[in-house]
Write a protein that binds this ligand. Sequence first.
Ligand SMILES: [Fe+2]
Length: 227
Amino acid sequence: MEAIVTRQVELTNAIMGHAKEATPYDQLKAAIADVHPPTAEHSIRVRIYATSIGLTWGLSGRELTNLAIAAEIHDIGKLYVPIAILDKPGPLTDKEWAVIKKHPGWGAELLEGVFPGQPEIAFCVGHHHERLDGSGYPGKLREHQLPVLCRILAVADAYASLTEDRSYRAAFGSRDAMGVLRYVEEGKYDKNVLDALASVQISLHSERSFRFNPNTNFTFIRTLISV
Ligand SMILES: [Fe+2]
């Protein structure tokens, strides 16, 4: 608990240190980069994927703006998580998972009142780990409760996570990542959003044909895209 409070103070100080930034959005982005650069890098990729999907989806300018902001600060609540848990190279204990699972709610709370008139931003941040089949967190929301911006953010976040190198595994190629989201995680992500992601033909990663390897540890993969 003490470690969480220390992290909250650290992030609050970083945000205050950027109080002269042009907008609250700039202020929050700069604070994330100060406190945990890997989260900032991941968030930029999530924003790029989310807005690419949003453009092919035909979102309005307002929706695209809200999606871009939510994407780039979606993990801000993660910065309250003690660094020993956040950067732990091995598997997390149940207790550590319980702390990680608080990050969407912490993020939404932090954003309360920051974007008046754009409640979609805090909602998407608070629910970016929900899954259509109700297996996500923190609210176990289901398909009909998840607006399209949340669905797009969930896909962009999971895709970005899978295609990033981690200390304990190499990045998935884009086809493999799509295969995981479509087939291993079937029913959890919006198929139309996955089609939209495929249609933007992101070529930042090497492409390999997806195949089910009987030795693949899908539980482990599931863990990777749930943080
Ligand atoms: Fe997250």
